[in-house]
Design a protein around this ligand. Structure first.
Ligand code: VG1
Ligand code: CO
Length: 544
């Protein structure tokens, strides 16, 4: 075995987006693509000499191969130890848990989350800092800068593949490779937060659940915790075997891609509770019998009820939500007298608030919810907090939601995604919209009058860093809002996301259909941005 310094040249476009670098798998498999990027990460964090790293991914195609390459590069760059999930697999929240519990010098997470997997799908890689969370923008920019200057990478030559199928320790040159149980540390953490006894009693009383792991990484975690430990009936967790192509599916837990689950929950044979997770296990979809809980409402309900779980019994310090997430959680924060923050999209913006103890819960409208137990969003955590609340309140999901709306009012909410649209057309739409924002106030569209409009910028209250261009917000006098932004996780073309909401506190109007209740906001947003004409689309591909 010898350390080889391989000459290389910069590869264009290694710029991390909302959550790490995501590209088509075939792009990642090109010679030197992965190697350049990994070397850039190592150098941007001051090298890995003598350091310990966490490593694992969502198990998608190219995961195993990439893990072997990264191990050889870690060894060649002088790392002391790498903790790697058995068979190279760690869900994103489990990776964050391992980084924190074992105090490693950060970690590398291989995931493109909900993006389809496979040789024709997508792949991704991100670096998480020692606190356990996604690297903040200062670091991702440094990685990108390194990738544009790189001249060589280091890799161990003549080494065979490390066997990752058995837990335990092996050596790769001077590097200790410690293969760890992907579930254990994570399950320990969840056990410390929730009343597992109460949840076990709930299942023992006949409560039924369907958890759809969508053939992605969460299956083994969900089976171990929900079925084996908490006593959910065998078979409650479906599509539980992680597959390299996610079974050809699109593990984005929303009503479109998790349709079989939604159909079950809306039908006559619905169990009491339904949930799903995404490719890398950090998102959650929550349903009750006959009812879909929007992620924005879920964050608000969890904020209002978190004290029912032992880990949060002392109360919450505050709640943070991404800007496009509805204001439902803000109303709860106000009534509890706790902090409320609005951050740009992406979990990396919650890290400083969590580290500083300013907030306990965080959430995004895209079905990400989490707390200060980690620095990532956490799908199963959200499911268990819901189950803990249900176990204590012994009411249906629908009843809890309806009571919540009676107490706080309802933020009708929907997101319309226009996927795979022409990049230039989408960027031109955003540029024109941005240029016209100042002229929008006082104008009326589809019966609504604009009260204010801006391009969302954020100054981090903890470290003072600033971020601009995080989405265009249009507020209406009628207590409604439309937000426009382009996705930062896609790999082909562009995805326009239009976030639409309207607040309603008339007790007689709390049970409407969101698509009906939001029809005017949808129409106004369409008119303001000229979506149909500019994108050549009649309607969105996804309505959440
Ligand atoms: C999307 C979501 C965002 C989420 C991000 C990463 O980003 O909108 O809320 O944080 O994915 O989640 P974008 O830029 O495509 O809108 V995950 O589960 O894909 O790591
Ligand atoms: Co994810």
């Amino acid at each position: 075995m010898a350390v080889n310094s391989v000459q290389t040249t910069p590869i264009e476009g290694q710029k991390p987006g909302t959550s790490g670098l995501r590209k088509q798998t075939r792009v990642f498999m090109q010679p030197a693509y992965l190697e350049n990027y990994v070397q850039s990460i190592f150098e941007a964090i001051g090298g890995v000499m003598g350091k310990t790293l966490t490593l694992g991914g969502d198990g998608r195609y190219f995961n195993s191969q990439a893990i072997q390459t990264i191990l050889k590069m870690a060894a060649a760059n002088g790392a002391a130890r790498v903790l790697v999930g058995q068979n190279g697999i760690l869900s994103t929240p489990a990776a964050s848990a391992v980084i924190r519990a074992r105090k490693t010098d950060g970690g590398l997470i291989l995931s493109a989350s909900h993006n389809p997997a496979g040789e024709d799908g997508d792949f991704g890689l991100k670096y998480n800092i020692p606190a356990g969370g996604p690297a903040p923008e200062g670091i991702t920019e440094a990685i990108y800068k390194r990738s544009s200057e790189i001249g060589e990478y280091r890799i161990l030559e003549g080494a065979g593949e490390v066997d990752l199928s058995v837990c335990g320790e092996t050596k790769l040159g001077g590097l200790a490779v410690e293969v760890i149980d992907p579930v254990a540390i994570y399950a320990d953490l969840l056990r410390s937060l929730f009343d597992f006894g109460a949840i076990r009693d709930l299942f023992a009383s006949g409560f039924t659940l369907r958890f759809d792991a969508m053939h992605a990484v969460t299956g083994p975690y969900a089976k171990a915790i929900l079925e084996d430990e908490l006593g959910a009936p065998a078979g409650s967790v479906v599509n539980a075997t992680p597959l390299p192509d996610f079974g050809g599916g699109h593990p984005d837990p929303n009503p479109v891609y998790a349709k079989p689950l939604v159909d079950l929950m809306m039908g006559p044979d619905a169990p009491d509770f339904g949930a799903a997770s995404d490719g890398d296990g950090d998102r959650n979809l929550i349903l009750g019998r006959g009812v879909y809980v929007t992620p924005s409402d879920s964050l608000a309900v969890l904020t209002a009820n978190a004290r029912l779980a032992p880990g949060y019994a002392a109360g919450l310090k505050g709640v943070a939500r991404s800007m496009p997430t509805s204001r439902a959680a803000d109303r709860v924060a106000e009534s509890l007298g706790i902090n409320a923050f609005e951050t740009p999209t992406g979990w990396k913006f919650f890290g400083t608030l969590l580290d500083a103890g300013l907030v306990t819960l965080c959430g995004e409208e895209s079905a990400g919810t989490g707390s200060d137990h980690l620095r990532e969003k956490d799908g199963l955590w959200a499911v268990l907090l819901w189950l803990n609340i249900l176990a204590r309140r012994r009411e249906s999901v629908a009843a809890i939601l309806q009571q919540h709306w009676r107490d706080y009012g309802r933020d009708y909410y929907t997101r319309h995604d226009y996927e795979g649209v022409d990049k230039d057309a989408a960027e031109a739409l955003m540029a024109d919209l941005r240029a016209g924002l100042a002229g929008l106030p006082e104008q009326s569209f589809a019966g609504l009058t604009v009260s204010a409009a801006d391009d969302f910028a954020y100054t981090d209250p903890v470290d003072g860093s600033t971020t601009t261009g995080q989405g265009l917000r249009v507020f209406f006098q009628e207590n409604a809002r439309a937000v426009f932004r382009l996705s930062g996780t896609g790999t082909v073309g562009a995805t326009l996301r239009v976030y639409l909401e309207r607040f309603e506190d008339d007790p007689a109007r709390l049970d409407g259909d969101p698509q009906v209740m939001l029809a005017e906001v949808v129409a106004a947003a369409g008119e303001i941005a000229g979506i149909a004409g500019r994108l050549g689309r009649d309607g969105p591909d996804v309505r959440t």
